[in-house]
Design a binder for this molecule. Structure first.
Ligand SMILES: CC(C)(COP(=O)(O)OP(=O)(O)OC[C@H]1O[C@@H](n2cnc3c(N)ncnc32)[C@H](O)[C@@H]1OP(=O)(O)O)[C@@H](O)C(=O)NCCC(=O)NCCS
Length: 172
């Protein structure tokens, strides 16, 4: 099976929606991505494509650490999804690795993710609270809100609440 990963194009929008609907079994994430695409600056969406079909998708949007007088701009990973029939074949991992490589090129100091605690640690994520980075939503178990620090110098001693794009508020 040959899967290639590339930036989303307008022709992929329907496929991205289909992947998210099938993986999450609800429209919340697909709708969120459609909103973010329209209104979020620095919206990053990569697709995994097999035989011209979108089979996986990963999205990154800006997130801000409200730390002292100088908020720090980082990114939030998510949603991400792989079509059920294509899961557990390494596609999700490749999407995270290539997405994070892109993020590093942009000198982003931190990335946060709300997701499976057995999946993201293999890519360098740890419970965000270990870094003093707090989840913006109440009631989220600490294991599922994770962060990775890409610029240790800039992030040294910086703690606080992380804010996602407002488009996420109606999704959680
Ligand atoms: C999570 C997801 C994106 C991973 O994509 P993938 O292509 O299956 O991932 P890979 O094959 O690279 O890696 C598989 C790993 O994902 C994790 N994983 C996959 N599905 C999982 C699930 N439903 N619950 C918990 N962990 C899961 C496992 O740790 C698995 O590792 P293992 O095979 O060593 O046990 C995909 O399973 C998916 O779309 N799930 C439904 C949507 C979802 O929950 N997305 C949110 C992710 S935060």
């Amino acid at each position: 099976m040959k899967v290639s990963i590339r930036a989303e194009t307008p022709a992929d929008i329907e496929g991205v929606r289909a992947v998210n609907l099938a993986a999450f079994k609800q429209p919340v994430e697909a709708d969120l991505i459609d909103r973010l695409r329209i209104s979020s600056p620095d919206f990053i969406s990569l697709v995994a494509v097999n035989a011209r079909q979108v089979v996986g998708n990963i999205v990154f949007t800006p997130a801000t650490l409200e730390s002292g007088q100088m908020p720090i701009s980082g990114m939030a990973l998510g949603p991400m999804a792989v079509l059920p029939a294509f899961q557990r074949k390494g596609i999700g991992s490749t999407l995270v690795q290539l997405g994070m490589a892109l993020i590093r090129q942009r000198s982003v100091p931190f990335v946060v993710v709300l997701g499976h605690p057995n999946f993201y640690p293999r890519f360098g994520f740890a419970q965000s609270i270990a870094y003093g980075i707090e989840c913006p939503w109440p009631g989220i178990p600490k294991e599922v809100f994770m962060a990775t620090i890409l610029d240790e110098k800039l992030m040294a001693g910086r703690k606080g609440l992380v804010r996602y794009r407002p488009e996420f508020d109606s999704a959680l």
